[in-house]
Design a binder for this molecule. Structure first.
Ligand code: PHE
Length: 461
């Protein structure tokens, strides 16, 4: 029980905070959050998102760290050991598996989107966006995604670097990479926020993000739909990296005597701050240029270059920004594949190196489904009228992650002994914080997620 993980450990609490924040902060905050907020009409979506973060995401993150810290291995083997320790069904191993699969599927498309950001680095640096009208910036984006070869190329570059970092191991690879990237990203966001505040429509963006109008969320086309609430909850899980074992495996690398609550709070706070700032920045530019907030997946890529094209030293800041976005994506990507790689190593048949190569090739192949969803297969909508990229995204973020999260909450709050829970938390069992957490995990998480699911399939309408 007190054993170290065979993969090594973080060198300090701070290293864990950096790594977990690196995992949480990524395309989810800067690309996905603004575009789905735009699609679902702003304020009401944001408030539901924030509620999900506070009442479900935060407690589940503590639980997920806790499971990893006790299990000391990949999610698959952690769940195997924990099910044994607490005399539960062997089937709990499936929770580990579903995490490995979800992480793999997410990374397969994540890498393609991060590839867009990579493609933007040389473009912004070349100065083509300087004084370019917003419409033309949109065309640049559309031309990029219409070109499968380009997308495959950047997808390849992104994956190769990801797998090299992962092959480097916990301290040499993961830890070293994130401790430089995170502070730089924050700095960059504040510079952009300064620019956004100087645009004429900054206040409008604040209203867009914080004026609550449930009509827009629940009746987007005049008819009731629970989809917006499901998307907000899915986004909370996605953005916090929950429900698929990334945080669990990072918890497994925590030194044994670490208390969980504060470090989790720091990660949740940083992640939420980045999402909100990104939203304010994007929407200020959207409104100041008379653009449409509901532009879909291309929003950030069509909007930001407009700002960089107008501000002083824009090509410089823009290049820096897209580099940082890619770095943020890398520090998330490594955590998406770490559960699979750790598991492969634990089977004894792989070294870290061969496991990384093997997963990299598999990811590359599955990623092609996403690449083609934006061009040659864009009309191929096999299920629910969604293309393959949209389908993979929906299935993972809106279904697999919340389900994984409920199972994690259930295991910790209902099946583990209170004594061992408290042992791992390193928290006083009489404190108010402890009782609140336990209550949220025991009741609010499972009931909340079920209600959102039922609502989305139309049970309450
Ligand atoms: N949280 C990451 C982001 O917001 C994505 C992610 C999801 C990473 C799940 C790990 C696990 O970009």
């Amino acid at each position: 029980m007190t054993t170290q993980s065979i993969h090594g450990e973080w060198s300090s609490r701070l290293a864990f905070i950096f790594a977990a924040t690196g995992s949480a902060v990524g395309l989810g905050n800067i690309w996905k959050f603004p575009y789905i907020t735009g699609e679902y009409g702003g304020g009401a979506f944001v408030i539901v998102y924030l509620l999900c973060v506070a009442m479900i995401g935060f407690p589940v993150m503590m639980a997920e760290v806790l499971l990893g810290k006790r299990g000391r291995a990949s999610p698959v083997n952690s769940m195997r050991v924990l099910a044994q320790e607490f005399r539960q069904s062997k089937l709990w191993i499936l929770l580990g598996w579903s995490g490995v699969i979800a992480g793999f599927l997410i990374l397969s498309y994540y890498s393609v989107i991060a590839g867009w950001a990579l493609a933007y680095v040389p473009q912004v640096a070349s100065g083509i966006f300087v004084n370019m009208p917003a419409q033309e910036v949109g065309v640049v984006f559309d031309t990029l995604v219409a070109n499968p070869l380009m997308l495959v190329g950047w997808h390849t570059v992104f994956l190769v670097v990801t797998m090299v970092i992962v092959a480097g191991g916990v301290q040499g690879g993961l830890e070293r990479a994130v401790s430089v990237m995170m502070p730089a990203l924050f700095l960059m966001l504040f510079i952009l926020l300064g620019y956004a505040m100087s645009t004429p429509h900054f206040i409008e963006s604040v209203h867009f993000m914080f004026d609550i109008d449930f009509q827009k969320l629940l009746y987007p086309n005049g008819e009731f739909s629970g989809d917006g609430i499901l998307a907000a909850m899915g986004q909370a899980f996605f953005s916090l990296s929950l429900g698929m074992g990334a945080i669990m495996v990072y918890g497994a690398y925590l030194p044994k005597k670490t208390s969980i609550a504060q470090i989790t709070a720091a990660v949740v706070f940083a992640d939420t701050l980045v999402a909100i700032l990104a939203g304010l920045i994007i929407f200020s530019i959207v409104f100041s240029n008379g653009l449409e907030p509901a532009a879909g997946v291309g929003l950030v890529f069509k909007i930001l270059p407009v700002a960089f094209g107008q501000m002083p030293y824009g090509s410089f800041f823009g290049t820096l920004f897209f580099i940082l976005l890619v770095l943020a994506a890398w520090s998330s990507a490594i955590s998406l594949i770490e559960p699979a790689v750790a598991w492969l190593v634990e089977t004894g048949k792989f070294t870290r190196f061969s496991a990384s190569i093997f997963s990299g090739i598999a990811l590359w192949l599955v990623g092609l489904l996403t690449v083609f969803s934006f061009n040659i297969w864009s009309d191929f909508k096999p299920f629910f009228d969604k293309d393959l990229f949209t389908l993979i995204d929906y299935l993972t973020a809106n279904i697999m992650l919340p389900l994984g999260g409920v199972c994690i909450a259930f295991f910790v709050a209902w099946l583990m002994t209170r004594k061992s829970v408290i042992e791992e938390l390193e928290m006083s069992s009489d404190s108010f914080a402890y009782h609140l957490w336990y209550f949220l995990l025991r009741y609010v998480t499972p009931i909340g997620v079920c209600v959102v699911f039922l609502n989305a399939i139309g049970v309450f309408s």
